[in-house]
Write a protein that binds this ligand. Sequence first.
Ligand code: GDP
Ligand code: MG
Length: 443
Amino acid sequence: LTEKMGETVRKLRGVDKITEKNVAGAMKQVKRALLDADVNLRVVNGLIKQIKERAIGAEVVPGVDPGQMLIKIMHEELTEIMGKDQAPLAKRSDGQPTVVLLAGLQGAGKTTAAAKLALYCLKDKRSVMLIAGDVYRPAAIDQLKTLGDMINVDVFSMGTDADPRDIIRKGIEKGKENKIDTLIVDTAGRQVIDAKLMKELKDVKDISKPDETLLVVDAMTGQEAATLTRSFNEEVGITGAILTKLDGDTRGGAALSVQQVSGAPIKFIGVGEKVEKLEPFIPERMASRILGMGDVLTFVERAKEQMDEREAEKMTKRMMEAKFDFNDFLKQTKMISSMGSLAGVMKMLPGVGSISSAKMAQAEAKLKLADSLIKSMTVKERTNPELLYSGGSARSRILRISKGAGRSRDDAEDLVKDFLKMRDMMSRMSKQMVNGQGGPGGS
Ligand code: GDP
Ligand code: MG
């Protein structure tokens, strides 16, 4: 029991700092996760460097190990990089229509996204019109018209013989005449990035002077997303992106690449073929998806909530002075149980999966036993555990407590002995640590 309690307390004492050494394993894990999520390798290396700079020396939340803390910091960093808050779709307030231009490779989901955005605008109480700027595939105009019909939105088109530049010019004129709030321009894509595509896009952009140029990126392109974004951003310039096809099991590393390469926010994500399957991009959620370590993140969050740093400092001080009493002990076990069962908490910790459930149950039973005995103690006994060990009344106190808790005398005696041993050990340990760090010497 001493060992178990000592370990628990050590984990909770809250004096750890992140060092390069104590997070080496977690650093590897994070890198692996990013690569698995298809984040571009160059982007990954940049991020790892960044996280190292930020994390080394950072305080570790009590109850959490440095590796878990690192993962948490990485999550915060990724969230911040990806924009922290959700970036809204542009909206003009000068009475002119807001023009949204969609660009991207063939099959990325531009036409689908155009209709999805139109529906989004309707829900935002904006009047909206779609402009069919893809003349190279006859089916593209029909596709947009079908989608427009479904949501009752007009589609401006001039057939496949017209020049896209003329279509855009006339479409915008018509939008102005009809006092439409938002005009969404669907454009042609190609299978690869080439000069012709870029030239046409640049022209269309010059003509339409869009308030938003959104790059539509297929999330499944993974690594490619970085190169793609670089070209479009350098040649045409983008104000944001829509990441499509996130309804599959891709981890979404493309989101990070797009953001890192262009600095532009992802504004929406596509999560299905249907026209209503568009969601705002939430950086925090995407960061969790990319890291794929939800359990650890939840665990650190809960630990943070359960015990603030001040409390931990107070506790450490009491340990050093060997003033740690049964009240402190109760506080700590309560903290553990409010995080879920001990077994549940342990399972969330990486590398602890190997503890047998029998052992876990045993530890849990011991904590319960201790809890019931402590609750049968008087306030005076809880704050002065030695009263139960030596002195004339110790024997009768132990008897009364064990009876009150419905436990045996041995149980009560063991608890007290173990507790005092542990307290002594904690005190020595924390003094050693402080001395090692060059703090005030003991005695
Ligand atoms: P475009 O060539 O860029 O205009 O791409 P399309 O809009 O025609 O979409 C290409 C294919 O991807 C179509 O079959 C769409 O139904 C599909 N698609 C588009 N967005 C999504 C999405 O978010 N999830 C899924 N699963 N499929 C999508
Ligand atoms: Mg299309």
